[in-house]
Design a protein around this ligand. Sequence first.
Ligand SMILES: Nc1ncnc2c1ncn2[C@@H]1O[C@H](COP(=O)(O)OP(=O)(O)O)[C@@H](O)[C@H]1O
Ligand SMILES: [Mg+2]
Length: 307
Amino acid sequence: MILDVKKITKKYNKLVAVNDISLQLEENEILGLLGPNGAGKSTFINMILGLTKVDSGTIEIFEKKLNRIIKKKIGYVPQDIAVCNELNAYDNVMFFGKLYGLRGDKLKESVKKAMEFTGLWERRKESPKKYSGGMKRRLNIACAIVHEPQLLIMDEPTVGVDPQSRNNILETIKKLNESGTTVIYTSHYMEEIEEICTKVAIIDNGELIIEGTSDSIKNEVLTEKLVRLQLEDEIEKSIELINDIEGVISLSISGDTVTIKSKKEIDNLAIIIEKLVKANIKIISINIEQPTLEAAFLSLTGKTLRD
Ligand SMILES: Nc1ncnc2c1ncn2[C@@H]1O[C@H](COP(=O)(O)OP(=O)(O)O)[C@@H](O)[C@H]1O
Ligand SMILES: [Mg+2]
């Protein structure tokens, strides 16, 4: 096991930033900590990293308490970008490589690899001052992966970056994971979490609300499904026909489209279509709304992630 967190709590005076959270992480997972601003994500990972003291609870990382040897197995990309503008990009990564004990050819190779990975090699001689926000972020990531950590912890690495950098960052995470790196990734963008994470933990107000795979969370939380049928005509008649089919909870009409809300566990789409076809009602299009983590979050907390 890479991480075993038991009942950790952190208070800032009366504010409970992290409340009694337990969480385990196996090797080679990408764990997404998902929650709105102020949920407690940074506080949680800062405790794992030993940057913030826990008030209570225990943390084991690589099956031990955090120590200097274990710290070398971890890469950390902080929420606030930290690069040195006095050094060029290459020397920034060199600096971190040396800090982690790399020397000689191994150091040079590792710096090149990290900068290629993050798409910065061509522009390594420039000062970070000339970099865009997204490139600075990628430089931060290059610094964090130069020593090939077994565990990479990234705090909101895509906030404020351009789409190209965002894609590079997500691809970098996937590639690192494929080569064996375990990743902890915090974000308030649920699309990103759905895209890359093998395990998701939703945090709100310092509490762990639910954890699992993106699919298992949606399955557990969302009890309804939506199907939209666009019809040529005879909307009113279609309503009558569909209304008492098993599983249908409610129907609504908007223009030429009927929206059917059904119980998730009842598969009634074939029956609905058959009834309409038999009554000679022509279906122009069928749209099945895919459940999202955003919908699960809304259902669990009563608010949207972007509040
Ligand atoms: N050093 C601190 N002193 C006082 N309050 C803090 C400190 N750090 C974080 N907090 C508070 O703890 C809560 C959780 O913050 P944080 O962990 O940064 O959330 P997130 O990373 O999910 O946005 C917030 O209400 C924040 O204002
Ligand atoms: Mg944060």
